[in-house]
Design a protein around this ligand. Structure first.
Ligand SMILES: [Zn+2]
Length: 111
């Protein structure tokens, strides 16, 4: 019997890393790889959270990222948020991408 590789069966992401609600396992893997290669662990969730928080802020149209705290989940720079979320849409499995696209459309309509 072949020796089992030590990496086999291990999740490619840390369970404690924040992630988008309702994602499939394959979607979580895809985002973990994207975040590892291009951003930071939890980047997509942070960007999503930042967008969501901004939408719920009645003063959102007055918000100037240069005067925020710099944390994307709190005081998001929308160009950075959009770059991360579009990268996520490009790597997610179709069903997860469709769900995320729908949520982002709802955010955009609430703006
Ligand atoms: Zn802040």
């Amino acid at each position: 019997m072949a020796r089992r590789s030590p990496a086999r069966g291990r999740r490619p992401f840390d369970e404690s890393t924040p992630h988008l609600p309702g994602l499939s396992y394959r979607g979580r893997v895809a985002l973990a790889l994207l975040e590892h290669d291009r951003f930071w662990p939890g980047a997509v969730s942070d960007a999503y959270q930042g967008w969501q928080n901004l939408i719920h802020d009645p003063y959102r149209r007055l918000f100037e990222p240069a005067f925020g705290c710099g944390y994307i989940g709190c005081c998001p720079d929308l160009s950075e948020v959009n770059a991360i979320l579009h990268a996520a849409l490009a790597v997610l499995p179709p069903r997860d991408a469709k769900r995320l696209r729908k949520r982002l459309r709802e955010f955009a309509e609430s703006w």
